[in-house]
Design a protein around this ligand. Sequence first.
Ligand SMILES: [Zn+2]
Length: 320
Amino acid sequence: MTSSRRQFIRTGLGLAAATSLPLVAGCAAPAPVAPVARSIAPGAFRARLGAATITAVSDGAASSPLADGFVRNATLPQVQQALREAGLPTDRLTIPFTAFVVEHDGRRVLMDAGNGQFGAPTAGRLLANLGAAGIDPRSIDTILISHFHGDHINGLRDRDGTLAFPNARLMVPAPEWNFWTDDARRAAVPGAPSGDTVRRVFRPIAGSVVRFQPDSELVAGVRSIAAYGHAPGHTAFSIASRGQTFAYLGDLTNIAALFVRNPDWAVRFDMDAEAARLTRRRLLEAAVTGDWIVGGYHLPAPGLGRIVRRGSGYDFVPLS
Ligand SMILES: [Zn+2]
């Protein structure tokens, strides 16, 4: 025995280690394996969650100079300070776009559909990145849409009208559909985007779009969660398997360093800022309490992680 080993045992640490080992080895019920996000291709990360597989697939990103007003209720110096604390540039904002594929119970479900041909030149990568990840768009059998802002639905149809996911059943929140197809309601919301995108995407296929009510089971164990505020029918999705929960939060938050950290801040795209703020607080707290693995459309790579409490707000901790 080496002197260091004798020293180790004399201190009692060795004894503690020696006695605890058989207990660990004899433990009958193994704890669920903590999910990790594995890079499977450029722009794609995969995590196992119980019996489900979650793949985060990048649609690229859009970068623009940071302007006053991006956060409605914080000053430019406050926003810059939050970016600085996160180690991000303070003169530009880069907003990532990430869609999610959930495979469970023999189904392949896409959550949100990317910018397609209608976003920044650095966006619209979803189809290419799905291909790199080995996911044929024709194999997607269900698409769940969180809300009708262009960066989430434009990828459904290209300029000449071709459907990107021809075999998928398209499911959208009924409250979102009802709002965007009602010109008077849309016109009554100051700053609401025009209905042009919604008309372009949905009008030719309106008869086949399934409109679901919130807080219901949709497909393969995936449930919808009403998350109104960012848009009138904005909806999150969750799936639980073997004691673990994944929740796709859509646009509950924009850039994590700003809006997960400061859940009371309103991004300028929040259509009802106060409803969005309350929803953000409710679901971020639920994510902590439930130890959810969360995905978010504008969260940083890998787009998957956990929410932890920090000060009066929260933090996004990416899955590694
Ligand atoms: Zn968005």
